[in-house]
Each structure stands twice: as C-alpha cells, then as structure tokens.
Design a binder for this molecule. Structure first.
Ligand code: DX5
Ligand code: ZN
Length: 215
C-alpha cells in the first residue's frame, strides 16, 4: 500500500487517484514528539475519508495513542496502527479500536523485540514491523529486521487466525522479495511508489514480486 508521506501534500486527491490499484492508502500521522517530524492529524484523515472509498491504513507515530487512536477509527479509518513503545495500555487500546469497528494494529520500531508481546497477538488484526527508524520517508531498508520478521511470522502462525504482518520503510523492488519470503503479507511503500514515473504500475510490480516470492 502506498504511503502518502511521499506524495504531494498540496494535492493529496491527485496522489490518491494516481494509485487506483492499491489495496489501501497508508497515512502517516507524526507529532514531532514520538518522532522528530510533523505531518498531519485527525482533520486531514477525516477529509481523506470523505474524498476516497479506498481503505485507509493509519499509522500513528504519536506519543499518546491511548488518547488519540480511537478517534481515528471513529473517523472511518479501516485500520489504526499504534506504537507499542508509546502505548500505556496496548490491550485496552486494541479493544477500543476494534470496538469502533476498525482493525487494530501494533507497531514495533527496529530495536523493539516481538517476544514480550507474544501473548497480545490474539488481540490484534495486524503487526507492523518498522524496517527503518520511523519519522521519514526515503530511508534505507534495515536488513537487521529480517530475523524479527521471521520470528513474528512463526508466532503469528502459532496463534492462528488472520493477523496480517506488515512492514514499512525502504520497501522497493530491491527489498520486497526477501520480506515476502520471510512471511510479510502487507507492504507499505512511499518513495518507491511516488518516486516512480508511473506510481500505479509500481504498485502492481511490487505486488507481483511479493506474490511470486511469498508463501
Ligand atoms: C516512515 C513512515 C513510512 C514512510 C516510508 O516513518 O512510517 O510509512 O512513508 O517511506 P519509504 O517507503 O520511502 O521508506
Ligand atoms: Zn508508515
């Protein structure tokens, strides 16, 4: 799914329309506190909701998700991801998000291990493993995340159900295959999609590469 972070913020409508093949639009909310960058917030997500029928996958990189995340679900985002490093009560928060009818997703920064959260996986619809330090688009993919991706895939297989495994950061035609082979089934790509001459063709290319390699 394309990340609007790499799109033209003055023309998000055109950006959304440039990727009609995408499975969802990834929306990065940054608060200049949890990460050193500032992007957009609830009013913009509400406007995006009115502007498109596409699935909105909101990635909250904010300090107090316990307070703010449910409002994004209420605003109509189909998926709301919060960072475990920032959440005070992740189980309660996941339940609140689901209670608003959205998918609840837990994100981990590159240095955060999955094992302490193994017992929470049944409360979730998705786990997001960051493959760069959150905050900026266009960073280099961190290969050191691959073992954690494999361990997370194994834990999710034990839990059963249909919990998606997403990665975000440095996803491109160069890196997507090794992630698909490691068990990832949801891919966020910002600069590789919106930096391409034909963003929609890049969405299809990335999907085809992932499907060819994935399990
Ligand atoms: C970074 C964001 C990503 C970002 C990825 O903190 O969460 O969604 O847009 O950008 P690329 O794909 O350029 O690494
Ligand atoms: Zn993101």
């Amino acid at each position: 799914m394309p990340s609007l972070l790499s799109a033209d913020f003055a023309n998000l409508q055109a950006a959304m329309e440039s990727v009609p093949s995408a499975d969802a639009l990834h929306v990065d909310v940054m608060d200049n506190h949890f990460v050193p960058n500032l992007t957009l917030g609830l009013p913009v997500v509400e406007s995006l909701r009115r502007a498109t029928p596409m699935m909105l996958d909101v990635h909250l990189m904010i300090s107090d998700p316990d307070r703010w995340a449910p409002a994004y679900a209420e605003a109509g985002a189909e998926s709301v991801t919060f960072h475990v490093e920032a959440a005070a009560a992740p189980v309660r928060l996941a339940r609140e998000i689901r209670g608003q009818g959205a998918r609840a997703s837990l994100a981990l920064k590159p240095a955060t291990p999955i094992e302490p959260y193994a017992d929470l996986l049944g409360e979730l619809d998705m786990v997001l493993i960051m493959t760069v330090e959150p905050g900026f688009g266009g960073q280099k993919f961190l290969d050191l995340c691959l073992p954690k991706i494999r361990r997370t895939r194994a834990l999710l297989d034990q839990v059963g159900g249909d919990v998606w495994l997403q990665i975000d950061g440095g996803v491109s035609a160069e890196t997507i295959e090794r992630c698909a082979a490691a068990g990832v089934d949801s891919f966020v790509a910002g600069s590789s999609v919106f930096g391409a001459d034909d963003p929609d063709a890049m969405v299809s290319e990335l999907r085809n590469l992932a499907l060819r390699t994935g399990q």
